[in-house]
Design a protein around this ligand. Structure first.
Ligand code: FAD
Ligand code: PYC
Length: 416
């Protein structure tokens, strides 16, 4: 791993970074690999990293149709928490949170993980009951979770509107102190660099256009840069999972919706935690640059347009300004959307598929950034060993026929 001294930095700055060593190579695709991962988002890159780092499988290619991290990984609002209701989710998201806690060190790359706490607001007694039940469930699963009454909530986040007469007055909140945010690009870059250093080929501008099978088994993929052979293929393409499944000849129980976010002009530090409200479909945190990072609920209609409808963010901003009156004069700088893949139970699918050797990791919907390390970790094991470990087992595709759903619409929070 290259180390940069002050002199190296100065030399590179003065030469306009002309001699700066690339953090990962840009190889041409080889004719064959042991494993092909489709999708160079955080989940795909993490999968490749753990295949190499923990299973010794290094003849791996990550195929990305655009640039790494250019999908939902680079579009999300980076909230990380593990306060889900069901035991299965608690296990998987807490596994991910523990990996987050050591990730900068593991990758030797600063992912800027900031454990500033995540609050989920309640606005009436019914929401409070639901959230307190979740706190109890979290604690039974060893997850740090607290219930704050109205006074404690307003003390923890003093810029919240304390007026009891507003549409959605603050009633109380849950707080997960170990929750927080991280730098999304850095997560993709850190995993990419770590995987590359272990021999993984990261191939950008390489779209997968079809699957090649023989006797029901995967034997390779067709790409815009030619065919590639592989006995194992992992599909990790978030909002485009159903498109890929259709290419492989099966269907997934997913809907793809736009999810929008926006950032304000930068201001001095005003909020040092993350606040989410399910009822108003809005949430906010402040980036290290000072921008307020604000998100909305998912747009109602299915679409592959990474924009979203104006009325959704209009209503979102109305709610945010009611909750935080001091934001009313801020100008918004950028708005964007990503396509999220939502399953009927709002939980992920990490599974074998009807095609032997073809594995799928999708359905993270509005909440998969927080699971990136955990998802990559268990998916790598599934691909390497051909069977799910205990954390991964509840997330197989057959739960939609057995009925053993992992119902998480409540904890999936603002976005559904
Ligand atoms: P992606 O990063 O989308 O990667 C998939 C990649 O596959 C893409 O780069 C795409 O180009 C590539 N691809 C697609 N088709 C092909 C093909 N045919 N060939 C090759 N490559 C292909 N989650 C949280 O936990 N916390 C949040 O605060 C949060 N906020 C969000 C806010 C917004 C606005 C959005 C849109 C999402 C948010 N999420 C959040 C969800 C989170 O972003 C996703 O669940 C997660 O990033 C998915 O990661 P991924 O690696 O699976 O997908
Ligand atoms: O899953 O915590 C989350 C989340 C917040 C905003 C979008 N998703």
């Amino acid at each position: 791993m290259q180390r940069y001294s002050f002199l190296t930095l100065a030399r590179n700055a003065l030469s306009y970074h002309e001699h700066w060593q690339e953090a990962w190579r840009s190889p041409n695709p080889q004719p064959a690999y042991d494993v092909v991962i489709i999708g160079g988002g955080g989940h795909g890159l993490a999968t490749a990293y753990y295949l190499a780092a923990e299973h010794g499988i290094t003849r791996v290619a990550v195929l990305e149709k655009g640039w790494i991290g250019g999908g939902n990984t680079g579009r999300n609002t980076t909230i990380i928490r593990s306060n889900y209701l069901e035991d299965a989710s608690a296990g998987l998201y807490e596994h991910a949170l523990k990996l987050w806690e050591g990730l900068t060190r593991e990758l030797n790359f600063n992912i800027m993980f900031s454990q500033r706490g995540v609050m989920n607001l309640a606005h009436d007694i019914h929401e409070a009951r639901d959230l307190r039940r979740r706190v109890a469930a979290n604690r039974l699963n060893g997850i740090d979770a607290e219930w704050l009454d109205r006074e404690a909530t307003l003390e923890f986040c003093p810029i919240l509107n304390a007026d009891p007469g507003i549409r959605y007055p603050v009633y109380g909140a849950t707080l997960q102190r170990r929750g927080g945010v991280a730098r999304h690009d850095a997560v993709a870059w850190g995993y990419a660099r770590g995987a590359d250093a272990r021999g993984v080929d990261i191939i950008q501008q390489c779209e997968v256009t079809g699957f090649r099978t023989k006797d029901g088994k995967i034997v390779g993929v067709d790409t815009t840069r030619g065919p590639i052979d592989a006995p194992k293929v992992g599909v990790v393409v978030a909002g485009h999972a159903s498109v890929m499944a259709e290419m492989a000849g099966f269907r997934l129980p997913l809907e793809s919706h736009p999810l929008q976010a926006l950032v304000s002009e930068p201001v001095k530090p005003v909020i040092d935690t993350v606040v989410m409200s399910n009822a108003v479909h809005g949430y906010v945190s402040q980036s290290d640059k000072g921008e307020l990072v604000i998100g909305a609920g998912a747009d109602d209609y299915v679409s592959y347009s990474q924009r979203g409808a104006f009325h959704v963010i209009e209503e979102n901003i109305r709610a945010i300004v009611e909750l935080f009156p001091m934001f009313s004069r801020l100008r918004m700088m950028r708005q964007w959307g990503g396509i999220v893949d939502i399953a009927p139970d709002a939980s992920a699918i990490i599974s074998k598929t009807p095609v032997d050797g073809l594995y799928i990791n999708c359905g993270w919907g509005t909440g998969g950034f927080k699971s990136t390390p955990g998802s990559g970790h268990v998916f790598a094991e599934l691909i390497a060993r051909g069977r799910p470990n205990a954390l991964c087992a509840p997330y197989t595709l057959d739960r939609f026929t057995t009925g053993a759903l992992v119902a998480e619409h409540g904890a999936a929070a603002v976005a559904h």
